[in-house]
Design a protein around this ligand. Structure first.
Ligand SMILES: C[S@@+](CC[C@H](N)C(=O)[O-])C[C@H]1O[C@@H](n2cnc3c(N)ncnc32)[C@H](O)[C@@H]1O
Length: 310
């Protein structure tokens, strides 16, 4: 099975790592993944670009050929590219002369391929990934970055797209599955799901929020259902959904039908069993004693949010 690498952006490191694991395992349950600092190495049947297209916090990704100790050992099992570039990614605590390493490797590859060197838009990028324990050789062909969904209407209490996307990925839902956001607000989670080919159904008890979500979905040509009702409606559609991903009201900015504390408790008591469940709530609103994996996200001194995955 091929190896791939994923260099994380540095934001929310644990969340970022687990997101890559969740995406990889949703396509290939037998995938094995290891990480060292901001590098995740995956051994999996899934091509790296399938994971990269979805992952929120991955900066660079590609195939791993193996490890090397000297530039002269470098061998790449690819055919002559039209143009290429070498890039060093130093994730070690050592200082490195990256330009010199790139020049040495570039010269060796140039002797073999006689291809054009293009630093700005190479067809193939060769990566020299240096960690404290290993030196990896990787490569990737240039990829088109998928288009981000557009948002026609925004609101202050909306969740940022990165955390929304990451939560969708932590649910391990694949293309064609159906996600429900029973507190959809402006529809951020639904937009991210739809942009990855996952169908979505939104619920919000505030008619204005439903209109905003519909507008935001229409802006991108997504035809998801938006239901103007309370979250209890989820019980009526439970057979149509595969997972629930949602951002519960915190009490301050967003309108809430009841106290946010009681709302979480009541919501969790009616959540359909055996569905993937990824929720975000304000830390301290309730004591989650379940075995769910939890991630804390500090926003400011009176707001730390928790993402819980079960
Ligand atoms: C934190 S906001 C969700 C923000 C959303 N993730 C976004 O990015 O726009 C919570 C939403 O829950 C809705 N809400 C509050 N109580 C509700 C209830 N009982 N049933 C359904 N929706 C409710 C509010 O109208 C609000 O839009």
């Amino acid at each position: 099975m091929p190896y791939s690498f994923f260099v994380l952006s540095g934001e929310h490191e644990e969340l970022a790592r687990d997101e890559v694991v969740a995406i990889s395992k949703s396509y290939d349950p037998r995938a094995s993944l290891n990480s060292e600092s901001r590098l995740v190495i995956a051994r999996s049947a899934v091509p790296w670009n399938k994971i990269f297209r979805r992952a929120t916090f991955v900066r660079i990704s590609g195939n791993i050929v193996g490890t090397f100790s000297k530039p002269s050992e470098i061998y790449l099992p690819v055919s002559k590219p039209v143009s290429f570039a070498c890039r060093t990614i130093n994730l070690s605590s050592r200082k490195l002369d990256s330009s010199s390493l790139e020049r040495q490797v570039g010269t060796i590859l140039n002797q073999k391929w006689n291809s054009k060197v293009s630093l700005s838009s190479p067809h193939l990028t060769v990566y020299l990934i240096i960690t404290n324990t290993k030196q990896y050789l990787g490569y990737s062909e240039t990829q088109l970055v998928p288009k981000r969904p557009k948002k026609a209407i925004k609101r202050p209490h909306e969740l940022d797209w990165k955390l929304s996307r990451c939560m969708v990925n932590l649910s391990r839902l694949k293309e064609g599955k159906v996600l429900c956001d029973p507190f959809c607000g402006t529809g951020t989670i639904m937009l991210e799901a739809e942009s990855m080919g996952i169908h979505s159904i939104g619920i919000d008890f505030d008619g204005k929020m439903c209109d905003i979500t519909k507008r935001n979905l229409a802006e991108n040509g997504y035809r998801s259902r938006v239901i103007n009702s309370t979250y209890q409606h989820i019980q009526k559609i439970k057979d149509k959904i595969d997972g629930i991903v949602t951002d519960l009201p915190y009490g301050t900015a967003s309108k809430s039908s009841t106290s946010p504390k009681k709302l979480i408790k009541d919501f969790l008591s009616i959540v359909p069993r055996k569905k993937k469940l990824v929720i975000m709530y304000k830390k301290g609103l309730f004591e989650d004693l379940s075995k769910a994996k939890k991630y804390e996200i500090y926003r400011h001194k009176s707001l730390t949010r928790v993402i819980s995955v079960s």
